[in-house]
Design a binder for this molecule. Structure first.
Ligand code: CP
Length: 335
Protein backbone atom coordinates (compact mmCIF):
# COMPACT_ATOMS: atom_id res chain seq x y z
CA UNK A 1 0.00 0.00 0.00
CA UNK A 2 1.39 3.40 -0.90
CA UNK A 3 -0.24 6.69 -0.23
CA UNK A 4 0.53 10.17 -1.48
CA UNK A 5 2.14 12.70 0.80
CA UNK A 6 -0.10 15.31 2.42
CA UNK A 7 0.01 18.49 0.35
CA UNK A 8 1.89 20.32 3.14
CA UNK A 9 4.57 17.67 3.44
CA UNK A 10 8.19 17.93 2.43
CA UNK A 11 11.10 15.57 2.98
CA UNK A 12 14.62 16.22 4.11
CA UNK A 13 17.14 15.77 1.34
CA UNK A 14 18.49 12.21 1.25
CA UNK A 15 21.22 11.73 3.84
CA UNK A 16 20.35 14.89 5.75
CA UNK A 17 21.16 14.78 9.45
CA UNK A 18 19.27 17.92 10.30
CA UNK A 19 16.60 18.11 12.97
CA UNK A 20 16.03 21.65 14.15
CA UNK A 21 14.60 20.98 17.63
CA UNK A 22 16.73 21.11 20.77
CA UNK A 23 14.64 18.49 22.61
CA UNK A 24 11.51 16.41 22.18
CA UNK A 25 8.77 17.84 24.35
CA UNK A 26 5.80 16.81 22.22
CA UNK A 27 4.54 15.90 18.78
CA UNK A 28 2.92 19.34 18.61
CA UNK A 29 5.29 21.55 16.69
CA UNK A 30 6.86 18.76 14.65
CA UNK A 31 6.45 19.07 10.89
CA UNK A 32 5.36 15.98 8.93
CA UNK A 33 8.83 15.53 7.46
CA UNK A 34 10.40 15.74 10.93
CA UNK A 35 8.19 12.90 12.17
CA UNK A 36 9.10 10.81 9.13
CA UNK A 37 12.77 11.67 9.66
CA UNK A 38 12.65 10.16 13.18
CA UNK A 39 10.80 7.06 11.90
CA UNK A 40 13.38 6.64 9.13
CA UNK A 41 16.25 7.08 11.59
CA UNK A 42 14.73 4.36 13.80
CA UNK A 43 14.76 1.75 11.00
CA UNK A 44 18.52 1.11 11.36
CA UNK A 45 17.97 0.42 15.08
CA UNK A 46 15.12 -2.01 14.40
CA UNK A 47 17.63 -3.96 12.32
CA UNK A 48 20.47 -3.71 14.87
CA UNK A 49 18.24 -4.76 17.75
CA UNK A 50 17.38 -7.98 15.92
CA UNK A 51 21.08 -8.95 15.69
CA UNK A 52 22.88 -11.00 18.36
CA UNK A 53 25.37 -8.12 18.85
CA UNK A 54 23.29 -5.02 19.58
CA UNK A 55 25.90 -2.35 20.05
CA UNK A 56 26.85 0.93 18.42
CA UNK A 57 29.12 3.21 20.40
CA UNK A 58 28.24 6.57 18.87
CA UNK A 59 27.14 7.99 22.26
CA UNK A 60 30.27 6.76 24.11
CA UNK A 61 31.35 9.28 26.72
CA UNK A 62 27.89 10.87 26.96
CA UNK A 63 25.80 10.80 30.13
CA UNK A 64 22.04 10.34 29.95
CA UNK A 65 19.87 10.80 33.05
CA UNK A 66 16.44 9.17 33.26
CA UNK A 67 14.35 11.05 35.85
CA UNK A 68 10.97 9.34 36.22
CA UNK A 69 8.67 10.94 38.78
CA UNK A 70 5.88 8.51 37.80
CA UNK A 71 5.96 4.73 37.50
CA UNK A 72 6.98 3.12 34.23
CA UNK A 73 8.06 -0.25 32.89
CA UNK A 74 8.26 0.11 29.11
CA UNK A 75 9.39 3.70 28.72
CA UNK A 76 12.03 3.70 31.45
CA UNK A 77 13.55 0.35 30.47
CA UNK A 78 13.55 1.12 26.75
CA UNK A 79 15.24 4.50 27.26
CA UNK A 80 17.83 2.77 29.44
CA UNK A 81 18.42 0.02 26.88
CA UNK A 82 18.47 2.57 24.05
CA UNK A 83 21.14 4.69 25.72
CA UNK A 84 23.27 1.66 26.62
CA UNK A 85 23.04 0.13 23.14
CA UNK A 86 24.39 3.42 21.79
CA UNK A 87 27.28 3.32 24.25
CA UNK A 88 26.20 6.10 26.63
CA UNK A 89 26.50 6.07 30.41
CA UNK A 90 22.88 5.88 31.56
CA UNK A 91 21.86 6.85 35.08
CA UNK A 92 18.37 6.26 36.43
CA UNK A 93 17.46 8.77 39.13
CA UNK A 94 15.77 6.90 41.97
CA UNK A 95 13.05 9.45 42.63
CA UNK A 96 11.61 7.58 45.62
CA UNK A 97 15.00 7.79 47.37
CA UNK A 98 15.84 11.30 46.13
CA UNK A 99 15.72 14.69 47.80
CA UNK A 100 12.41 15.33 46.03
CA UNK A 101 11.00 13.42 48.99
CA UNK A 102 12.57 16.03 51.31
CA UNK A 103 10.69 18.80 49.52
CA UNK A 104 13.22 19.85 46.88
CA UNK A 105 11.44 21.72 44.10
CA UNK A 106 11.31 20.56 40.52
CA UNK A 107 13.37 23.54 39.37
CA UNK A 108 16.06 22.94 42.00
CA UNK A 109 16.13 19.29 40.98
CA UNK A 110 16.53 20.35 37.33
CA UNK A 111 19.36 22.72 38.18
CA UNK A 112 21.08 19.95 40.15
CA UNK A 113 20.89 17.56 37.21
CA UNK A 114 22.17 20.33 34.93
CA UNK A 115 25.20 20.95 37.14
CA UNK A 116 26.21 17.32 36.61
CA UNK A 117 26.68 18.04 32.88
CA UNK A 118 24.19 15.52 31.58
CA UNK A 119 24.14 15.29 27.79
CA UNK A 120 20.43 14.41 27.68
CA UNK A 121 17.72 14.17 30.31
CA UNK A 122 14.65 11.98 29.92
CA UNK A 123 11.76 12.97 32.16
CA UNK A 124 8.41 11.52 33.12
CA UNK A 125 6.26 13.59 35.45
CA UNK A 126 2.65 13.53 36.62
CA UNK A 127 2.05 17.20 35.90
CA UNK A 128 1.33 18.49 32.40
CA UNK A 129 3.99 21.07 31.51
CA UNK A 130 6.55 19.91 34.10
CA UNK A 131 8.90 18.62 31.40
CA UNK A 132 8.93 21.97 29.61
CA UNK A 133 9.67 23.69 32.92
CA UNK A 134 12.77 21.53 33.33
CA UNK A 135 13.76 21.91 29.67
CA UNK A 136 13.82 25.69 30.12
CA UNK A 137 16.30 25.37 33.01
CA UNK A 138 18.89 22.98 31.61
CA UNK A 139 21.52 23.21 28.89
CA UNK A 140 21.08 19.77 27.33
CA UNK A 141 18.30 18.20 25.24
CA UNK A 142 15.26 17.09 27.26
CA UNK A 143 13.03 14.23 26.10
CA UNK A 144 9.47 14.01 27.37
CA UNK A 145 8.70 10.47 28.56
CA UNK A 146 5.13 11.47 29.44
CA UNK A 147 3.90 14.54 31.31
CA UNK A 148 0.50 14.39 32.99
CA UNK A 149 -2.33 14.42 30.47
CA UNK A 150 -0.29 16.44 27.99
CA UNK A 151 2.00 14.41 25.70
CA UNK A 152 3.96 11.17 25.37
CA UNK A 153 5.76 11.82 22.09
CA UNK A 154 8.00 8.76 21.89
CA UNK A 155 4.92 6.56 22.40
CA UNK A 156 3.25 8.16 19.38
CA UNK A 157 6.42 7.76 17.30
CA UNK A 158 6.79 4.09 18.24
CA UNK A 159 3.12 3.55 17.48
CA UNK A 160 3.54 5.14 14.03
CA UNK A 161 6.58 2.94 13.37
CA UNK A 162 4.57 -0.12 14.47
CA UNK A 163 1.78 0.82 12.05
CA UNK A 164 4.30 1.35 9.24
CA UNK A 165 5.72 -2.15 9.83
CA UNK A 166 2.41 -3.85 10.65
CA UNK A 167 0.73 -2.51 7.52
CA UNK A 168 3.81 -3.09 5.36
CA UNK A 169 4.07 0.57 4.39
CA UNK A 170 7.19 1.70 2.59
CA UNK A 171 9.29 4.55 3.91
CA UNK A 172 7.82 6.79 1.22
CA UNK A 173 4.25 6.10 2.32
CA UNK A 174 2.22 8.50 4.36
CA UNK A 175 -0.79 7.26 6.33
CA UNK A 176 -3.45 8.62 3.98
CA UNK A 177 -6.22 6.08 3.49
CA UNK A 178 -5.67 4.48 6.93
CA UNK A 179 -8.41 4.73 9.56
CA UNK A 180 -7.24 4.47 13.17
CA UNK A 181 -9.73 4.18 16.05
CA UNK A 182 -8.47 5.09 19.52
CA UNK A 183 -10.81 3.84 22.25
CA UNK A 184 -10.79 4.33 26.00
CA UNK A 185 -10.02 7.06 28.47
CA UNK A 186 -9.34 9.79 25.91
CA UNK A 187 -9.84 12.52 28.52
CA UNK A 188 -6.86 11.61 30.69
CA UNK A 189 -4.61 10.10 28.03
CA UNK A 190 -1.36 11.75 26.91
CA UNK A 191 -0.92 8.74 24.61
CA UNK A 192 -4.18 9.61 22.84
CA UNK A 193 -3.20 13.25 22.49
CA UNK A 194 0.25 12.54 21.05
CA UNK A 195 -1.11 9.84 18.76
CA UNK A 196 -3.86 12.09 17.44
CA UNK A 197 -1.28 14.77 16.63
CA UNK A 198 1.11 12.28 15.04
CA UNK A 199 -1.39 10.25 13.03
CA UNK A 200 -3.36 13.22 11.68
CA UNK A 201 -0.09 14.93 10.73
CA UNK A 202 0.87 11.81 8.76
CA UNK A 203 -2.49 11.87 6.95
CA UNK A 204 -4.49 9.15 8.76
CA UNK A 205 -8.19 9.45 9.51
CA UNK A 206 -8.49 9.25 13.31
CA UNK A 207 -11.61 8.30 15.24
CA UNK A 208 -11.79 8.56 19.02
CA UNK A 209 -14.27 6.58 21.08
CA UNK A 210 -15.10 6.95 24.77
CA UNK A 211 -18.01 7.23 27.17
CA UNK A 212 -19.24 10.84 27.30
CA UNK A 213 -17.53 11.44 30.67
CA UNK A 214 -14.15 10.39 29.25
CA UNK A 215 -14.32 12.39 26.00
CA UNK A 216 -12.68 15.85 26.10
CA UNK A 217 -14.99 18.72 25.10
CA UNK A 218 -14.11 20.17 21.70
CA UNK A 219 -12.00 17.17 20.64
CA UNK A 220 -13.18 17.76 17.04
CA UNK A 221 -10.74 20.68 16.92
CA UNK A 222 -7.95 18.06 16.82
CA UNK A 223 -9.28 16.90 13.41
CA UNK A 224 -10.74 13.65 14.77
CA UNK A 225 -14.23 12.18 14.67
CA UNK A 226 -15.66 11.41 18.13
CA UNK A 227 -17.82 8.33 18.78
CA UNK A 228 -19.58 7.03 21.87
CA UNK A 229 -20.70 3.84 20.10
CA UNK A 230 -17.65 1.55 19.78
CA UNK A 231 -19.33 -0.78 17.27
CA UNK A 232 -20.00 2.14 14.94
CA UNK A 233 -16.46 3.48 15.38
CA UNK A 234 -14.92 0.14 14.41
CA UNK A 235 -16.61 -0.12 11.01
CA UNK A 236 -13.91 0.16 8.33
CA UNK A 237 -11.12 0.58 10.87
CA UNK A 238 -7.57 -0.49 9.91
CA UNK A 239 -6.01 -0.07 13.35
CA UNK A 240 -7.69 -0.32 16.78
CA UNK A 241 -5.73 1.33 19.56
CA UNK A 242 -7.04 0.55 23.05
CA UNK A 243 -6.32 2.63 26.15
CA UNK A 244 -6.62 1.75 29.81
CA UNK A 245 -8.72 3.69 32.30
CA UNK A 246 -6.29 6.07 34.03
CA UNK A 247 -7.65 5.64 37.54
CA UNK A 248 -4.68 7.56 38.98
CA UNK A 249 -5.83 10.72 37.19
CA UNK A 250 -9.53 10.35 38.02
CA UNK A 251 -11.18 12.15 40.89
CA UNK A 252 -14.63 10.70 41.33
CA UNK A 253 -16.61 8.15 39.38
CA UNK A 254 -16.23 8.30 35.58
CA UNK A 255 -17.73 4.87 34.72
CA UNK A 256 -20.62 3.01 36.35
CA UNK A 257 -18.56 -0.21 36.81
CA UNK A 258 -15.67 -2.07 35.12
CA UNK A 259 -18.17 -4.73 34.01
CA UNK A 260 -20.41 -2.21 32.25
CA UNK A 261 -17.37 -0.47 30.77
CA UNK A 262 -16.17 -3.76 29.27
CA UNK A 263 -19.63 -4.44 27.87
CA UNK A 264 -19.70 -1.13 26.01
CA UNK A 265 -16.03 -0.36 25.33
CA UNK A 266 -14.03 -3.58 25.77
CA UNK A 267 -12.32 -5.04 22.71
CA UNK A 268 -13.65 -8.59 22.43
CA UNK A 269 -13.28 -11.00 19.47
CA UNK A 270 -16.88 -10.25 18.41
CA UNK A 271 -16.24 -6.56 18.47
CA UNK A 272 -12.93 -6.82 16.60
CA UNK A 273 -14.85 -8.61 13.83
CA UNK A 274 -16.59 -5.30 13.09
CA UNK A 275 -13.29 -3.74 12.04
CA UNK A 276 -11.57 -4.58 8.75
CA UNK A 277 -10.50 -8.25 8.57
CA UNK A 278 -6.82 -7.27 8.66
CA UNK A 279 -7.20 -4.63 11.36
CA UNK A 280 -4.25 -4.36 13.74
CA UNK A 281 -4.74 -4.34 17.51
CA UNK A 282 -2.59 -1.99 19.58
CA UNK A 283 -2.29 -1.02 23.23
CA UNK A 284 0.46 1.15 24.76
CA UNK A 285 0.42 -0.86 28.00
CA UNK A 286 0.02 -1.49 30.79
CA UNK A 287 -3.12 -3.47 29.89
CA UNK A 288 -6.03 -4.28 32.12
CA UNK A 289 -6.99 -7.61 30.57
CA UNK A 290 -10.69 -8.36 30.80
CA UNK A 291 -11.61 -4.67 31.05
CA UNK A 292 -10.56 -2.65 27.97
CA UNK A 293 -9.20 -5.67 26.11
CA UNK A 294 -9.81 -9.42 26.25
CA UNK A 295 -6.81 -11.74 26.42
CA UNK A 296 -7.79 -13.60 23.25
CA UNK A 297 -7.58 -10.30 21.37
CA UNK A 298 -4.48 -8.97 23.12
CA UNK A 299 -2.62 -12.18 22.26
CA UNK A 300 -4.09 -12.66 18.77
CA UNK A 301 -1.26 -13.91 16.61
CA UNK A 302 -0.62 -11.82 13.51
CA UNK A 303 -3.10 -9.10 14.47
CA UNK A 304 -1.97 -7.95 17.91
CA UNK A 305 0.96 -5.53 17.68
CA UNK A 306 1.37 -5.08 21.43
CA UNK A 307 4.76 -6.73 21.80
CA UNK A 308 5.86 -5.19 18.47
CA UNK A 309 5.11 -1.78 19.98
CA UNK A 310 7.55 -2.54 22.78
CA UNK A 311 10.19 -3.61 20.25
CA UNK A 312 9.72 -0.42 18.23
CA UNK A 313 9.95 1.59 21.44
CA UNK A 314 13.63 0.76 21.87
CA UNK A 315 14.40 1.67 18.24
CA UNK A 316 12.53 4.98 18.39
CA UNK A 317 14.25 5.95 21.63
CA UNK A 318 17.65 5.11 20.13
CA UNK A 319 16.79 7.34 17.17
CA UNK A 320 15.71 10.22 19.40
CA UNK A 321 18.79 10.01 21.63
CA UNK A 322 21.08 9.84 18.59
CA UNK A 323 19.43 12.69 16.70
CA UNK A 324 19.11 15.03 19.70
CA UNK A 325 22.77 14.64 20.74
CA UNK A 326 24.18 15.28 17.28
CA UNK A 327 24.68 18.96 17.93
CA UNK A 328 26.70 18.24 21.10
CA UNK A 329 28.69 15.56 19.29
CA UNK A 330 29.45 17.96 16.43
CA UNK A 331 27.99 15.60 13.85
CA UNK A 332 28.52 17.04 10.40
CA UNK A 333 25.38 18.28 8.68
CA UNK A 334 23.62 19.38 11.83
CA UNK A 335 21.37 22.35 11.09
N1 CP B 1 3.29 2.91 27.42
C1 CP B 1 3.92 3.32 28.54
O1 CP B 1 4.24 4.50 28.70
O2 CP B 1 4.17 2.33 29.43
P1 CP B 1 4.94 2.53 30.81
O3 CP B 1 4.06 3.37 31.69
O4 CP B 1 5.17 1.16 31.34
O5 CP B 1 6.22 3.26 30.51
Amino acid sequence: MTSPAPSHAGRYPAGSLAFPHRGLLGIAGLAPHEILFLLDEAEQWVELNRQPHKRDDRLAGLTIINAFFENSTRTLLSFEIAGKRLGADVVNMAVAQSSVKKGETLIDTAMTLNAMHADAIVIRHGSSGAVRLIADKVDCPVLNAGDGQHEHPTQALLDALTIRHGKGLSRDSWFNGLTVTICGDILHSRVARSNILCLTTLGAEVRVCAPPALMPAGIEAMKVTPFHDFDAALKGTDVVMMLRLQQERMQGQFIPSPREYRYLYGLTPDRLARARPDALVMHPGPMNRGIEIDSNVADLDGRSMITRQVEMGVAIRMACLDVLTRRARGVEGWA
